[in-house]
Design a protein around this ligand. Structure first.
Ligand code: GLC
Length: 844
């Protein structure tokens, strides 16, 4: 564990006088490139190319030499993007490159860049006095800088009314305007609101002007250390600055935040749809220290009827904390343990740290040394530092051969029955040491130094792990969890936000932290539920599990010195709350899974700040304590002790209280009751939400697993068969209201664990309710050949009373809601035929 910040010599512009910089001079030449134009200014060269009508790349090399780019974060080469028509216009004052969506204006004196949308609105404009520049002298006292070519900077005008989001993993509140953000993977176990660099470094910022709804993103394409200064040094300008001798950034125009995230993830990649079980609840602790303890925890879930799918094994399953070993005393039969747990519906995810014990004679160490898999310093000595097993050496995951070797080492764990892998300590974290930034790293064909590789150390480790899972189990979806990462980490892994604390402040922080991660392409994220360090009070834990039940990645985890944090450790009231919210998560799996598929296809986050969907609403610019889960659920969690009433902001549209059915018409604020067992939760009017049965684990009652035995006289017919008596129910909650004329929803389904969906084996059902004067019709249409098992359908119509319903000619019985349920009318269909239309008659 290192301190929370780097040696902090001021980056360019911060506290440094302008004389330390050379500023880009006048334009002296222009040459056409396949996708754009190369401009020169003396020795300096600036290339501007378009990858898509809304994605423009700008590269600036002060010495005119473009450095080789590594395919670490952006793994899709420019040639693979479709042709983008680009018109070029040359005038006295400069050039204009037009993609049809974005116009790039390039000024001559000095050479400067600004962007315009189709309305002519200027954005991301180089600051007129000092636009781009580079440090002239070598800064002293900063090893990161001493070993990497000089930093290059670009200052841009910071207009009033422009706000900043994203920036990867950050503490603090939602809107990031007014501070500086370093992108440098760091083990910050003691982080707080003013911490700068965190475990993940994602040099991406999303800018939004709520007054006009203009959103754009800037991705700084360097793995060297980089810094965004978003009005810290000077409230009138912001900067991107990167070590490494070249500035390389992509501008992604929206105009909506959703389009920016889509563009950013087109560049850096998207997740592979996770296995469905990974959407369940995960339970962890440092550590479940024996076979017996793991079994006891698993039994506790089932005894308390609290749903869960996964148990994580922290470092104590190992022999002396050595990777790829088991402690023979405490875990004598890992294969049997995992098989037994599987019978009870549990998967096991063991931890693997990057550091390999420095232990001559030990097979992993010897093989790593023999094949040069470990990082060495510039003089050729093995880099080593303390981690849990003692002195460790560190694989160079930027080498393909090392990734393959490390991947193969996982075979034993996977063959014993592990379902996924948890990669920790991969900033990399070291106690009392560092890998020197001058250490050579990467493949011989593309040698680099650790100054360039440190930020992608975890990315490349997760890549190795993910590849191993795919190779060893070719048709199973991989599940990897990582603590650190870089832009593009979403391609390989889920993430959690590292070592938080059992405090109300950290519970509150989870809201904006996960929101900004989602805007940074990292949709599959969560915080340690209950807090890692310290002891949660029953009240804090109750509020955390209420919120955490909606995290895209939902895992409880706690430190070895903390009191027990299992969900039943806080008394019966909290146990009941945990059960209530996790049962709800499991019922909502059809909705959640559909959102995961959207994230895999488009990069859209699950956990969304309100600016994502309401970018022109000034009330949500800094609204950090409410989120949308997908487009239709609005969460307003409680994150303060003793609070049982909270203010909720309802954006435009109408919202139904999930628990009571009370309707709120936005935009407005309201004070709502939130007793301990209630997380204020609202559903957007006009939505149709699919949900399933209450389950103890995610494939306990999967529709396709349903096999029915029907006795007909002497003969027994084995299913699956379509029977009207199927006990499985798919529920569709349809939210209507007096002024709402339509409601829509979607359900995505596939087998939940193989890659067959990539070969077309899925089913997408679109639901649409059209409301007429006297009645409505709800229609389901299906796409894709996948067939779920037999099930009944339950339609629940909220917001308007229903007096009769028909499926074709057949009259359907209708039921009033039970006491304690939000008011609705329920209509049961005997089976789900995929495509159907139900006609409703409304009470007049
Ligand atoms: C790190 C991880 C934490 C884990 C511990 C022991 O602190 O962040 O989750 O429990 O190491 O492995």
């Amino acid at each position: 564990m290192e301190s929370s910040s780097l040696p902090d010599s001021a980056p360019a512009g911060v506290g440094a006088s302008d004389s330390a910089f050379t500023w880009l001079g006048d334009l002296t030449g222009a040459d056409r490139l396949p996708r754009g134009v190369a401009f020169t200014s003396g020795a300096a060269r600036m290339e501007i190319t378009a990858l898509a009508p809304n994605v423009v790349r700008v590269r600036l090399a002060p010495d005119g030499v473009m450095r080789p780019r590594r395919p670490w974060a952006v793994d899709r080469p420019a040639e693979e993007w479709p042709e983008t028509p680009l018109t070029l216009d040359e005038r006295d004052e400069g050039f204009a490159l037009d993609t049809g969506q974005v116009r790039v204006r390039v000024a001559r004196r000095p050479l400067q860049v600004r962007f315009e949308d189709r309305e002519g609105t200027v954005f991301a404009a180089d600051e007129p006095v000092r636009g781009c520049g580079w440090r002239t002298g070598e800064p002293a006292g900063d090893t990161a800088r001493a070993v990497s070519p000089r930093p290059v900077i670009c200052w841009k005008t910071l207009p009033d009314g422009e706000h900043y989001y994203g920036l990867g993993e950050r503490t603090g509140l939602l809107d990031k305007r007014g501070a500086r953000y370093t992108n440098w993977t760091t083990d910050v176990w003691n982080h707080g609101p003013s911490t700068d660099a965190m475990y993940h470094a994602i040099p991406f910022v999303l800018a939004l002007r709520p007054a006009t709804g203009l959103a754009y993103g800037l991705y700084c394409n360097t793995t060297f250390r980089s810094v965004f200064d978003l009005g810290d040094t000077d409230p009138q300008r912001y900067s991107l600055e990167a070590d490494g001798g070249e500035l390389d950034y992509y501008l992604i125009h929206g105009p909506t935040p959703a389009e920016v995230v889509r563009g950013y993830t087109a560049l850096t990649g998207r997740m592979v749809l996770p296995p469905r079980w990974a959407l369940g609840y995960h339970q962890s602790r440092w550590s479940y220290a024996s076979d017996h303890e793991v079994r006891t925890v698993a039994a506790g879930f089932r005894r308390h009827r609290i749903p869960a799918d996964v148990i994580h094994l922290d470092i104590d399953y190992m022999d002396g904390f050595r990777d790829f070993t088991w402690n023979a005393q405490t875990f004598p039969h890992p294969g049997r343990l995992m098989a037994d747990l599987r019978q009870q519906g549990f998967r096991v995810v063991p931890i693997v740290d990057p550091g390999i014990k420095n232990e001559p004679g030990a097979p992993v160490y010897e093989a790593g040394v023999a094949h040069e898999h470990f990082l060495r310093d510039a003089e050729g000595a093995l880099c080593h530092a303390q981690v849990w097993p003692g002195d460790c050496v560190f694989p160079d995951f930027a080498r393909a051969a090392t990734r393959a070797w490390s991947g193969e080492l996982h075979r034993g764990l996977l063959e014993a029955g592990a379902s996924g892998i948890w990669n920790d300590m991969n900033e990399p974290a070291m106690h009392g040491g560092e890998i020197p930034l001058s250490a050579p790293a990467g493949d011989d064909t593309r040698p680099a130094t650790f100054a360039e590789v440190r930020n992608v150390y975890a990315l490349e480790e997760a890549r190795a792990t993910e590849q191993a899972l795919r190779q060893i189990r070719p048709d199973e979806r991989p599940f990897v969890l990582t603590r650190a990462g870089f832009a593009g980490i979403q391609r390989y892994s889920a993430m959690w936000t590292g070592d938080n604390t059992s405090s109300w402040e950290h519970l509150e922080m989870a809201l904006p932290q996960l929101s900004n991660l989602g805007l940074s392409g990292m949709a599959f994220c969560g915080t340690d539920i209950g807090g890692f360090f310290g002891n949660a009070t029953p009240e804090l834990f109750a509020r955390w599990i209420e919120m955490g039940a909606f995290f895209p990645f939902a895992r409880g985890h706690s430190h070895l010195d903390s009191r027990r944090h299992e969900l039943w450790a806080f008394g019966s009231e909290v146990t009941a709350i945990a059960r209530r919210y996790l049962e709800l998560r499991y019922r909502l799996l059809p909705y959640l899974y559909t959102l995961f598929e959207e994230a895999a296809a488009t990069g859209a986050p699950l956990w969304r700040p309100l600016i994502y969907a309401y970018p022109t609403d000034p009330a949500v610019i800094a609204l950090h304590d409410e989120v949308l889960l997908g487009a239709d659920l609005l969460l307003a969690p409680v994150y303060r002790p003793g609070v049982t009433v909270r203010q909720v902001y309802f954006p435009a549209g109408a919202w139904h209280d999930f628990w009571t059915g009370e309707r709120f018409v936005g935009p407005r604020h309201a004070l709502v009751l939130a007793p301990l067992e209630t997380l204020p939760l609202y559903v957007r009017e006009g939505s149709i939400i699919p949900s399933g049965p209450t389950m103890q684990y995610s494939d306990e009652r999967l529709f396709e697993h349903l096999t029915l035995e029907v006795s007909v006289g002497e003969k027994t017919i084995k299913g699956p068969v379509v029977v009207e008596e199927s006990s499985e129910v798919l529920t569709l909650d349809v939210y209507l209201g007096e002024e709402t004329t339509a409601a829509v929803g979607q359900l995505y389904e596939d087998d939940g664990h193989t890659l067959a969906y990539q070969r077309g084996e899925y089913r997408r059902t679109r639901y649409r309710c059209e409301r007429g004067a006297a009645g409505s019709s709800i229609t389901a249409t299906v796409e894709g050949p996948y067939t779920p098992g037999p099930r009944r359908l339950s339609l629940r119509i909220h917001g308007v009373p229903v007096s009769a319903a028909r499926l074709g000619e057949r009259a359907l019985s209708i039921h009033a809601s039970a006491a304690g349920e939000p008011p609705h009318t329920r209509i049961d269909l005997p089976y789900d035929s995929g495509a159907w239309t139900v006609a409703l008659l409304h009470e007049q």
